[in-house]
Design a protein around this ligand. Structure first.
Ligand code: SF4
Length: 304
């Protein structure tokens, strides 16, 4: 199995690099996916290294070694399993779930499930939350970059969330070519069916089909983070937002004088941190996992 470099460092499995304040440990099963998402390092035709996911390196370790290290640490609040769709990944993941049950740490599994039955099976195997990525919220771009039908995917998510309320997370990658309005409407629709949304910023990875696609602007990302926060906390509904002609958020229909820093922290499952998943350590973080150090951003004509 593989474990993200930051997680391995946090657990003392490797000795070099800074120890980051992580609350979730990220592990990966399988490599070279049977699907072919245009932006993913693990996609079928990707030329990126097999040990990469997003911009992160995932070294290999024996499963027993990782479990012992988690057992030794008292600071792990969640384990997040990234399941790359391949022949062996499901069996290995189920073995892992069986072995860590005794630790009583909540587990998220991030899987590309293809049926309700498959989704239910992960819960039966002991995951606390199931992550089913949407990534792309524009219908045409979904087909182009991920393959398949967005509407079918949404029905699958809704059916699984209906049986396991508040236990499903989905991911959205901001900056794929969609508008802010589309992201906001998607977040609201997910919130209404009890699905939590984790935001990611598009990150171009060398060797993938979208290696030359730009990252989203930090202003746009901040506007969407704030929108997600307001919707998730039931402070305002998306229908009260105002948008420009090109779908940019210009007003939230809510007083945003005092925005808590929490709005800009990593979102998704409780305690998800994923440090530097979308950014180099030297640049302003899209998602803060520790301390929020953001610059101001623009909403309509005002700076926030
Ligand atoms: S939100 Fe975080 S913990 Fe949850 S599935 Fe996504 S990456 Fe894993």
């Amino acid at each position: 199995m593989r474990i993200s470099y930051g997680s391995a460092r946090f657990l003392g499995l490797i000795k070099s690099g800074p120890i980051l304040k992580m609350r979730t440990i990220y592990i990966m099963f399988g490599e070279r996916c049977m699907f072919n998402c245009a932006y993913c390092a693990q996609a079928k035709t990707s030329q990126a290294s097999e040990g990469m996911l997003s911009r992160i390196v995932w070294p290999k370790f024996e499963m027993g070694e990782v479990i012992k290290a988690v057992e030794r640490s008292f600071e792990v609040r969640r384990i997040c399993m990234q399941i790359v769709s391949s022949k062996v990944s499901k069996d290995e993941s189920f073995d892992f779930l069986k072995s860590v049950r005794k630790l009583k740490i909540p587990i998220s599994a991030n899987v590309r499930v293809v049926s309700e039955k498959e989704g239910f099976e992960w819960f039966e195997r002991g995951v606390e939350r199931l992550g089913i990525a949407t990534d792309v919220v524009d219908e045409k771009l979904y087909k182009l970059y991920r393959g398949g039908e967005l509407q079918k995917h949404i029905s699958l998510l809704a059916n699984i969330a209906e049986k396991f309320p508040t236990r499903v997370t989905t991911h959205v990658i901001v900056g794929m070519g969609e508008t802010e309005k589309q992201v906001v409407e998607f977040i609201q629709s997910m919130h209404d069916i009890g699905v939590t949304v984790g935001l990611f910023a598009f990150t171009p990875i060398k060797g993938t089909r979208l290696e030359s696609h730009p990252k989203p602007s930090i202003h746009s990302y901040r506007r969407i983070q704030l929108a997600r926060y307001l919707i998730e906390k039931n402070l305002v509904r998306a229908k009260f937002f105002k948008f420009s002609e090109v779908g940019e958020i210009t007003d939230y229909g809510f007083n945003i004088e005092r925005i808590p820093n929490e709005a800009f922290m990593t979102s998704g499952c409780p305690n998800c941190t994923r440090p530097y998943y979308n950014e180099d350590p030297g640049e302003e973080s899209y998602n803060f996992f520790d301390e929020v150090k953001r610059t101001s951003f623009v909403v309509g004509k005002r700076k926030v």
